[in-house]
Design a binder for this molecule. Structure first.
Ligand SMILES: Nc1ncnc2c1ncn2[C@@H]1O[C@H](COP(=O)(O)OP(=O)(O)OP(=O)(O)O)[C@@H](O)[C@H]1O
Length: 310
């Protein structure tokens, strides 16, 4: 379990992480979601003792990471910036880490198999593609068979098969009872992977809830109704207490599902030309939630078109 309390990191006079409190529970995948610059990597670096909090604290299984007697066996991590010796093979890199952390070298071939790198285990890591490098990073994270796994943007640079593999791996690790904390700036990715979400923007928590609560609260849906008798249909539905918004040549109806709206209109003898459930995507919900927290948005670029052309 990871517990952050009022965790804060200030660079210069700018808070990168601004007093956040959250818990990452075992047995589920917790998605750490936020736009670029939201403070995800900084938070993960503090979890792993690579950055010192300006204030507040974060503990892994009850103590600070740097106080752990066997850190690699306690927390496995994939961070964005990896320090790999380019001349070393993948197997030698893992062996070196295993030996220096008291992990049996038999585990090296196990993790190479787990991440699908057996065939290139002897290749120099300097020659690895981005995707192979990500797989090696995940092999490092799993080397100590840790109960807590922290993955910073693990799908970066992966092809669709690799993305699916990471997703399944994260879910499997959680099903084994581990604490799995995965960062991403893509809601669509998290929607398929995470059971729980911690959403951050500009170093602050914007949401901390289950995936299903997030969907229920933020992904709005309505029934689109088209009819040659739009005014009468609107009156009928409003009399039933429904929330009806005229929009161009259609009505947007909230409060009942499409079938129930259709039955109501059908019973009244009014004509219907279209009845569709429209769900705003989770990506839209995430964009709306984080709109004020995005550091570099397309709007600021659009305001300076000359700058883009150069
Ligand atoms: N070493 C540093 N020195 C100064 N500022 C930093 C440093 N590291 C991060 N920052 C700033 O802190 C803020 C949060 O950065 P961080 O990398 O944690 O965000 P992130 O959510 O991981 O985003 P990304 O997905 O772009 O990496 C940003 O404004 C960033 O510019």
């Amino acid at each position: 379990m990871i517990v952050a309390r009022s965790l804060t990191k200030i660079y210069g006079d700018k808070p990168a992480v601004d007093g956040i409190t959250f818990t990452v529970e075992p047995g589920r995948v917790t998605g750490f979601l936020g736009p670029n610059g939201a403070g995800k990597s900084t938070t993960m670096r503090m979890i792993l003792g690579l950055d010192r909090p300006t204030a507040g604290s974060v503990t892994v299984n009850g103590h600070r990471y740097q106080d752990s007697p066997a850190p690699l066996r306690e927390v496995g991590a994939l961070l964005e910036s990896r320090a790999l010796h380019p001349g070393r093979s993948a197997r030698d890199h893992l062996r070196w880490l295993a030996v220096s952390n008291g992990i049996p070298s038999s585990r090296v071939d196990e993790v190479l198999g787990l991440v699908g790198l057996e065939a290139v285990a002897s290749k120099r890591v300097g020659k690895f593609s981005l995707g192979m490098g990500q797989r090696l990073g995940i092999a490092v994270a799993l080397l100590g068979d840790p109960p807590v796994v922290v993955l910073d943007e693990p799908v970066n640079g992966l092809d669709p098969e690799g993305i699916r593999w990471v997703r399944n791996l994260a879910r499997r690790l959680a099903a084994e009872g581990r604490t799995v904390f995965v960062s991403s700036h893509l809601m669509s990715e998290m929607a398929l992977t995470a059971d729980h979400l911690v959403v951050v923007g500009r170093g602050r928590i914007l949401a901390d809830c289950s995936m299903s609560e997030f969907i229920a609260e933020h992904a709005a849906s309505y029934v689109r109704v088209q009819s040659p008798q739009l005014g009468e249909v609107a009156d009928l539905l409003r009399r039933q207490g429904l929330d009806v918004t005229p929009h161009e040549e259609e009505l947007r109806v909230q409060g009942l599902d499409a079938a129930a709206v259709g039955e109501l209109v059908g019973k009244s003898g009014l004509l219907l030309h279209e009845l569709t459930l429209v769900r705003s995507s989770l990506e839209d919900a995430f964009m709306t939630l984080t709109a004020d927290s995005v550091e570099y948005s397309a709007h600021s670029m659009a305001a300076t078109p000359a700058g883009i052309a150069r």
